[in-house]
Write a protein that binds this ligand. Sequence first.
Ligand code: GLN
Length: 565
Amino acid sequence: MVEDTNIIKDRTRYIFITGGVVSALGKGIAASSLGVLLKNRGFKVTMIKLDPYINVDPGTMNPFQHGEVFVTDDGAETDLDLGHYERFLDQSMGRVNNTTTGQIYESVILKERRGDYLGKTVQVIPHITNEIKRHIRQAGREGGPFHVVITEIGGTVGDIESLPFLEAIRQFGLEIGRGQAVYIHLTIVPYIKSAGEMKTKPTQHSVMKLREIGIQPDILICRTEHKLTQDIRAKIGLFCNLPSHAVIEGRDVSTIYEVPIRYKAEHLDDLVLDKLNLPGAENDFTRWIDLVDKIKNPKKQVKIAICGKYVGLKDSYKSIIESFTHAGVENETNVNLIFINAEEIERDGAEIHIKNVDGVLVPGGFGQRGIEGKILAIQYVREKKIPFFGICLGLQCAVIEFARHVCHLEKANSREFSPDTCHPVIDLMEEQKNVHSLGGTMRLGSQPCIIKKDTRSFDIYGQERIMERHRHRYEVNVQYYEILEKNGMIFSGFNPDLELVEMIELNDHPWFVGCQFHPEFKSRALKAHPLFREFVKAAVNFHEINHPQKNTKEKSTSKEKSSES
Ligand code: GLN
């Protein structure tokens, strides 16, 4: 019944990563960490995330449901794990690297309507599973060929909705044969305080569930708070049909960037390469070790506030949080992030919330809730000369604030929040006016921006033409360029094709920069984004001038850095 047997000839190796017992074990970090190790051993590696939900992509989901929507260069709205893949592997992903149940069914139904399956009953096996396999293979080809494709299966083994994906990867391994595929299962070994013991039963059950489906994992990575002793490894191995050296410890660490180092110490890369019959060169890993060392031993401290609307779920700002880690490393500084709900600023005023910070970032967002709080925060930092960084909606709010309080256009607003405003300084883009459907219809993906010479933005980037990723519908309204510029707002970056404002700045201020694009999607573990790097530098300078005595005494309180998730 196999429709396509091409993969039998395909020499690319495939690694499948599943998760068991509970969600949020950090499969994305585990997959990315293995990717780093294999890349370091000289292999061309790519990744694909399979998401079992029925949405075509996460683009229409509320950030509280799903966390951040990660945007790729080619304009795909994808799962936030792709952000980890890019940041860890220092490699751009695309549409092909994230597949959902929605996409699989969409293409199978399209083929059915076209008559491709004429005469046949279209079924989960083989049609849906074949389509899943096709997506996995395609990820290995586009931009490749790759030596290794790491496939992460979303959800937890035992979920009904992930069954077709598990069946597909089972078939995949069978078709390509031994030595071509490795199955890694991530589980948890909890410590039961009252018994004073670590318990292996949840892992045993999860592996049983996987074997019921026909998948015998080759390697187990066990998340644990404590050391995984030889006895426990042997016990898990016995019950799960594995040698004990294939039971790997996935201990909690203080920064996610330490995970590759821990896995290396456990010889995960050797184990995988051995299973895949791949001879890997041993390469220098010191840059990664240095990175972790710098994260753990910062010389300075700054406090930066993120003033947004989705602050209840930190995953909504995943890439921003990680960008600050990278920028902190390049400034040898620990960036303590505090999250402020913009509605609280509306209620209490800005001063009480942000008087002790060294910088404020207003991130992207949608809808009216919290907007006036963000505008109050921006007015405060503009007037008090506290470093400010506005991303997408953050730029739009900065323009509204400036129009209202500097240009005296008191009713200035965005048509997104006030469709009948008499001063729509932020307006819907022309090409968006007839768009009615929500999925994948924003201005999306990588677009060029030309930076004006003699601006702060030019100093930051050190080049005239940059490419950055977008995800929005609204823009600075061309009819207000003149009045905004006359009052001192600098439009430092423009899209060369559409003549749209992409960057703004103020020059009677230590650091006030806004961008219509999302730089957080391009920051990498070993290469901080220049905007974040320079914003943190400005915050360090501000801190040194305003709270010089504090810097060496403060301790990290950054929660984001204390868990592997
Ligand atoms: N809501 C705004 C727009 O659509 C900003 C979007 C964003 O911040 N990503 O233009």
